[in-house]
Design a protein around this ligand. Structure first.
Ligand code: ADP
Ligand code: MG
Ligand code: ZN
Length: 623
């Protein structure tokens, strides 16, 4: 039984079933009737003697208990086979000789019920079983578990990439120069270990890629596989999570066994936080047991293998702070490779890498697009390029234009334009004033951060209108004033509604949320209030996934903190109201323009804002 070792060919499975079916039908058609034709007629001894005397018998075999004989012409097919009981007859031989009967073997074997059953039922079943076992082995082999039995649950499904089978190189990863540099060193070590061992340096056993989702962690790991010409085992943390307790640990064991055999090689565990979460004292659910066992096995294996053999373990996560500290200690994942959101330069490069795959107009300015897509991750940028191409196709063009890119930024960031959702005129007017309120407050406070585009075309994401602000250059540090201005800008929308319509709507919920977030952070985390000085009231975990904050102060302080937040927002809200009141002429003018055009670009906005007011005196009516 060497079936399992055969290289599986690409023959569809139903072919095997058809072949098995044909075999059964053939057996039934050919063999079974042939056996039945030779079925034996039972006769008594006297009939036999009579037949012999009449000269009808042509052939006979005398066996221990029976005599088999044929009646009819010797060569014809319709000779009838008969059987009779052997009697104690001393004359038998003489009689047969007299009648000229050939004393020959009549039947090669006596056909029996047993044979019939065997041929028509047992043989096909056996064939079926063989084919079934063969197929199941083939399946196990193609699943990556190698030729194992049907019960090999504990095998890891780690995919092995050899050499350039991923086809991804470092050049496919744009930006992220720091991460690439650190990873290049690992690739270099795998290629020339002597260079390092000569000095006595040893490579870190493991490197952990950390960063927000979509920044290219998985992509980088694949690029390492493409560059390092060594086997590359890739497995996702969730693949260790199995139905049965202990299976995850078995998989880890198996993975490292395979890796040790193939050294030098790279093992990549994606989304390691699935198994590497902090172990807590008392687990709430039974599932923790399994996870803990898997993690323990991973820790043991990482300690156990010999680093000098050339097995490097890469892992990726966007929740580094939830990882078990034991995983991060020296000797395990002791090298951290940050993979951050791209800066403007990085964004431009990523856009260019992906734009190579589509046809674009010569006039496309990537620096402009990169500027407008502030905060976008690599995955979002890839998506923006694809959306631009899709939009070009939709409009029946052969290449994507700048406008396609600008629109696709909004699609990716704010959702599709909703063509069939119509605002009533009154709603449209309110939204126009609301959005201009934001923009005007922003423009009046900070001369340097103009709006990029304002639109009141509803988006699928639910936003009715939206103001896109683009900073001229990126900020890493924000001053207290800048943050306050931001809060004022967020309150500007609601302020305009109050001022013009003397009523407020539900449209400002997102603004309120954002303003609160900033105000709270200013007081509880950035130390920007006199009352608390530089004391952290809140700590933030999960920084790459939006950040969850947890309070760390007494109940009284908490109450005071809440009050301070409200005061801060209120002050800014009043400031926004004042700005709008002072510029109410421009507010009307701009809102009217937006109401009519539905979209207004930053340039148009600034032009109207800087032009002498068309309706003189209006701005003074309130005072
Ligand atoms: P992560 O694993 O960090 O969540 P991925 O590596 O899966 O992110 O990235 C998703 C996709 O985004 C990639 O397949 C690639 O198309 C694109 N991408 C992300 N970062 C980059 C980058 N730096 N250069 C080029 N493409 C990128
Ligand atoms: Mg990933
Ligand atoms: Zn708003």
């Amino acid at each position: 039984m060497k079936f399992g070792n055969k290289k599986p060919e690409k023959i569809p499975m139903y072919v095997y079933y058809i072949i098995a079916g044909i075999i059964i039908i053939l057996l039934n058609m050919l063999v079974v009737p042939a056996v039945q034709e030779r079925s034996v007629q039972k006769t008594d001894y006297s009939t036999f003697i009579q037949s012999v005397e009449k000269g009808e018998v042509t052939k006979a075999t005398v066996e221990e208990n029976y005599i088999y004989y044929e009646i009819g012409s010797e060569d014809s097919d319709d000779a009838v086979l008969c059987k009779t009981v052997k009697m104690d007859d001393p004359d038998l031989v003489n009689r047969l000789l007299d009648a000229d009967v050939t004393m020959d073997e009549v039947l090669p074997e006596s056909p029996s019920i047993f044979m019939t059953l065997l041929l028509s039922y047992v043989v096909p079943i056996v064939i079926f079983i063989f084919i079934g076992r063969w197929l199941s082995k083939k399946m196990m082999a193609s699943m990556g578990g190698g030729p194992g039995g049907t019960m090999s649950f504990g095998k890891s499904n780690a995919k092995v990439y050899v050499k350039s089978s991923t086809g991804i190189k470092f050049s496919d990863v744009a930006g992220e120069d720091e991460a690439k540099e650190l990873l290049t060193e690992i690739v270099d070590y795998l290629h020339n270990p002597h260079k390092y061992t000569e000095i006595g340096a040893s490579m870190p056993k493991g490197a952990l890629l950390v960063g927000p989702p979509g920044t290219g962690k998985t992509l980088l790991a694949k690029a390492v596989a493409g560059e390092a010409e060594v086997p590359f085992f890739s497995i996702s943390g969730s693949e260790f999570v199995e139905m049965f307790v202990g299976m995850g640990a078995a998989k880890v064991r198996d993975l490292f066994k395979q890796a040790n055999e193939k050294a030098p090689c790279i093992v990549f565990i994606d989304e390691i936080d699935t198994i590497g979460k902090k172990r807590d004292g008392a687990g709430f659910t039974g599932g923790n047991d399994e996870r803990e066992q898997t993690l323990n096995q991973l820790l043991t294996e990482m300690d156990g293998f010999d680093g000098s053999k050339g097995v490097v373990i890469l892992a990726a996560t966007n929740r580094p702070d939830s990882l078990d500290p034991a995983l991060l200690r020296p000797g395990r994942f002791d090298r951290r490779i940050p993979v951050e959101l791209p800066d403007i330069q990085g964004r431009e490069e990523i856009l260019k890498v992906h734009a190579k795959k589509i046809k674009i107009a010569d006039t496309v300015r990537f620096d402009e697009i990169a500027k407008a897509a502030a905060g976008a991750s690599g995955a979002e940028l890839a998506n923006i390029v694809n959306e631009a191409a899709l939009r070009a196709v939709r409009d029946g063009r052969k290449f994507a234009t700048q406008a396609d890119f600008e629109e696709s930024i909004e699609v990716v960031i704010a959702g599709y334009q909703k063509k069939n959702r119509v605002l009533s005129n009154k709603e449209k007017l309110i939204v126009s004033y609301h959005e201009i309120g934001h923009a005007l407050v922003a423009a009046k406070q900070t001369e340097s951060a103009p709006v990029h585009k304002i639109t009141i075309i509803p988006r699928t994401s639910g936003a009715l209108g939206y103001t896109m602000q683009v900073d001229e250059q990126e900020h890493y540090l924000m001053t207290k004033e800048e943050l306050e201005n931001k809060i004022a800008t967020f309150t500007g929308g609601r302020a305009a509604e109050e001022l013009i319509f003397h009523s407020i709507t539900t449209g400002a919920s997102n603004d309120i949320e954002q303003a609160t977030k900033i105000a709270r952070a200013m007081i509880s985390r950035y130390g920007m209030s006199d009352d608390f000085d530089m004391v952290a009231m809140e700590t933030v975990s999960n920084q790459y996934l939006g950040g969850d904050s947890s309070l760390a102060c007494s109940f009284e302080t908490q109450t005071l903190l809440d009050k301070k937040v409200v005061d801060l927002v209120r002050t800014q809200h009043e400031k926004a109201l004042k700005i709008l009141q002072d510029n109410i002429g421009k507010l009307h003018e701009l809102a009217k323009y937006l109401y009519e055009h539905e979209t207004i670009t930053g340039e148009e906005f600034m032009k109207i804002l800087e032009a002498p007011s068309e309706i003189p005196g209006v701005s003074l009516t309130k005072e």
